[in-house]
Design a protein around this ligand. Structure first.
Ligand code: ATP
Ligand code: MG
Ligand code: MG
Ligand code: MG
Length: 470
């Protein structure tokens, strides 16, 4: 059985042997795109190469890119612990052609890697194409020999990618793996496609058109390729399990979380251990890339991730800070591929220990308040927004933590009421500010503070300028 570390290496070796430059992962904080909260796809560091703003010494490249999808348009936070295939932090393996090869070689390289190098059974594989992309449909037929019934035409945005309203765009083609009848879920394009049976493992994007104001205005002079494959998903396939959380890396982290809390890792505790393992990775990698917990912006996304894991640790019965004690196993699993994790280990541990110590001062009382408030509620009812706001304001519970805490009992949260309570508090702060008499400039200050997003909302309403997929 190949380890996740072997699989990453094997992907990069393969594309290097096919002439691609091997490019290290860029940091999670985007260097070239201020509208984007975190790098969320392998192509992000290459955006300017695709648009032609920047040139490199190579025309094809391969990378394993650190990605976080926990805010903005791509938010997989709520899936974590509940689907077999979503993480907040994951690695996207990719190969890229900057005006070099196009559809035929992209499909052929992908098919050869998964079926010949890695030996996947073609009868388990399906491909999707954008409904109008006959060229891709025919190429799949020719190259893979898949029957037409397993080359599925998809008419939705899922199979059309755009960098934004302006710039490169084009159809994409996704490769799915069928984990078998015993897993619930339908094939791509079917009503129950969201199950875990048919897992999307690889997305090939064919950049071939130019867009202006959301309209296609012509062909790109040099069509390009951008692909993204989830390392954790392909590791599950190659390790013969259907669930990412049963792969070697996650099993090691979850075993450690079980050992340190003295709890079983299956049954009722399963989701908690998964959330802890996932959020440990996200927290470790974000701190290693210079993000620290804060009350706004990127730092607040990190704080939300950390505190959510910390509530689950509490749920498992941890009476002392736990997360920092898991860092050595994270470094043991992933420090070889990402030396920045080794270098930052002391900082990651100290940051987690401090955050958990702080949060634990209010966590138990907050949970008590939550218990009291939900005491008379029936499943399907929603917690009043004012209570969620008090938990946020007084007890340091990020909104989505409250939501996550109530999910198991089938309760929702009144989001509108929460927003109103937040707006009221802001208005009150503004009214209470008598200040120095220099009224006009103080108004400007408040406006600036709001315009710059010095509230905690950026984490989940942050704007992102990038397109839908890879
Ligand atoms: P899904 O439909 O499963 O949410 P996606 O279409 O949003 O995936 P893409 O944007 O196409 O994903 O990203 C390329 C690849 O990255 C996917 O094919 C998948 O293998 C992987 N991937 C995407 N999101 C996640 C995630 N949250 N956790 C782990 N892997 C992911
Ligand atoms: Mg998705
Ligand atoms: Mg998808
Ligand atoms: Mg996709």
């Amino acid at each position: 059985m190949s380890s996740t570390n072997d699989i990453r290496r094997s992907f990069l070796d393969y594309f290097e042997s096919e002439g691609h430059a091997r490019v290290p992962s860029a940091p999670l904080v985007p260097q070239n795109d201020p509208t984007l909260m975190f790098v969320n796809a392998g192509m992000v560091p290459f955006k300017n190469v695709f648009t032609g703003l920047e040139t490199r010494r190579y025309s094809t490249a391969t990378s394993s890119q650190k990605c976080v999808r926990a805010g903005g348009k791509h938010n997989d936070l709520d899936n974590v612990g509940y689907t077999a295939r979503h993480h907040t932090f994951f690695e996207m393996l990719g190969n890229f052609s900057f005006g070099d090869y196009f559809k035929e070689r992209a499909i052929s390289l992908a098919w050869t890697l998964i079926t010949r190098e890695w030996g996947l059974d073609p009868s388990r594989l399906l491909a999707t194409v954008y409904h109008t992309d006959d060229e891709a449909f025919d190429l799949w037929k020719k190259i893979s020999g898949l029957p037409e019934s397993r080359i599925i035409r998809i008419p939705t945005k899922d199979n059309f990618w755009a960098m934004g309203d302006n710039g490169p765009c084009g159809p994409c083609s996704e490769i799915f793996y069928d984990h078998g009848e015993h897993i619930p879920g339908g094939p791509p394009g079917s009503p129950d496609e969201d199950g875990d049976r048919f897992t999307e493992i690889w997305n090939l994007v064919f950049m071939q058109f130019e867009q202006e104001a959301n309209e296609i205005v012509g062909n790109l002079p040099k069509p390009s390729i951008d692909t993204g494959m989830g390392l954790e998903r392909i590791a599950a396939v190659l390790q013969g399990v259907h669930d990412n959380y049963d792969t070697d890396t996650f099993k090691a982290l979850i075993a450690e979380s079980g050992a340190l809390t003295g709890t079983a890792t299956t049954g009722a505790n399963q989701a908690s251990h998964r959330v802890i393992a996932d959020h440990l990775r996200a927290s470790g990698f974000l701190v290693a890339d210079g993000v620290l917990p804060a009350n706004e912006g990127r730092g607040y996304v990190l704080r939300r991730i950390m505190r959510r894991a910390m509530r689950h640790a509490h749920l498992l019965g941890a009476r002392e800070p736990l997360m920092h004690r898991l860092v050595p196993s994270l470094v043991a699993e992933m420090g070889g591929a990402y030396p920045e994790l080794v270098r930052a280990q002391p900082l990651i541990e100290a940051t987690l220990a401090q955050e958990e110590t702080r949060f634990r001062q209010t966590l138990a009382n907050g949970l008590k308040l939550l218990d009291e408030a939900t005491g008379g509620m029936k499943p399907g009812e929603t917690l009043p927004g004012t209570v969620a706001f008090k938990l946020y304001d007084t007890y340091g519970f990020p909104y989505d933590l409250t939501e996550d805490a109530l999910r198991a009992q089938g309760f929702g949260v009144d989001r509108l009421g929460f927003d109103e309570a937040m707006a009221e508090q802001k208005a009150a702060a503004r009214a209470a500010w008598k200040g120095s008499g220099a009224k006009a400039s103080e108004d400007v200050w408040f406006d600036l503070a709001e315009a710059n997003g010095s509230t905690e909302f950026i984490g989940y309403t942050g704007t992102e300028g990038e397109g839908e997929v890879v």
